[in-house]
Design a binder for this molecule. Sequence first.
Ligand SMILES: *Cc1c(COP(=O)(O)O)cnc(C)c1O
Length: 387
Amino acid sequence: MVDLKTLDRTYVANTYARFPVEIVSGKGSILVDSNGKEYIDMGSGIAVNSFGIGDEQWKNAIIEQLGKVHHTSNLYYTEPCAVLAKMLCERTDMKKVFFSNSGAEANECGIKVARKYAAEKRGKDCYTIVTLNNSFHGRTLTTLAATGQEHYHELFQPLTPGFVHIEAETEALKKLNQPEKIAAFMIECVQGEGGVIPLQAEFVQALTAFAKQHDILLIVDEVQAGNGRTGKLYSYMHYGIQPDIVTTAKGLGGGLPLGATLLNEKVECVLGHGDHGSTFGGNPVCCAGAVNILSRMDEKFLAEVQEKSNTIINSLSGAEGVEAISGLGLMLGIQTKKPAAEVIAYCRENGVLCLSAKDKVRLLPPLNIPMEILEKAITVIKDGCKV
Ligand SMILES: *Cc1c(COP(=O)(O)O)cnc(C)c1O
């Protein structure tokens, strides 16, 4: 019998440089590898497992729905889909939701809505979507075009036309000529893959004002920063703005694939029958899990996320080998003196699984990680940062 690593390397496409760990089980914030070694999970499957592994309530919600019906297609009504859409709208003041299966798809939908709205309302030459340098919006050809990082583009030309990238600076807005051709701005309030960088409040205000002045739509990509991750339900809520379109995925399903595109009153009816669709989108099992996840993210829960964030920041600020900490809530980036990969390897060897983002160590623990487990992880990370 060949070992798993050989099997994987032989038959799975070469797109991932995996860590040398095979995860076989877990519970809550603990993951277990094939040697029985335990790790504290500071990555949540990249901000996906909002309540960790095998959360009982989430699991029961899913199992209950599995026992009823697991898939119907969107030709029929199912309860979890409608209930989840209502919950999302009530908590965001948005009006309608389109469900898909991933962040890239949620963004594709947002882009399609923006293009149709702009073409109908402002003319066929109005289709440009302005995004930010250092952003990340997905891997499909259109969301790659939206992504403001050249190195992702090089090998896949030609990408979908109609995207422009600018610096996240108020000055850059002043240089935007022909605003009549801009259909939408698309931003992450906290750039995740770009290095866990929150946008400056002043810039977000200026961008929002510019958009309002010219009837440009504002799309906020909450794929990573959404669903409680930053200590508010959606990260735009830190900025006191109301987007026209909100896209999300990752943590929404609590571990099952689910994407959502939320539409406000301006764009809720832009898409009509047949304009867009998804075979799996709004799957009742995924939605039943998400209803459970979202219903537990109340103000008390979000305050605890913020409290845990403060614990991490207070413990690591000024620690040996820690240069700076960025981010919001439980979406944090640590700038280390040592290369991030070295810190991450140390942590892994010592039972803590961290992620990276650019040259930083990125922390995205389960939102319900118990304080005592978090404190253990911090101790290891602190040691790993020492030079
Ligand atoms: C992960 C991510 C995406 C892409 O999501 P997928 O589910 O991998 O398609 C898009 N935008 C942001 C901000 C992300 O972090």
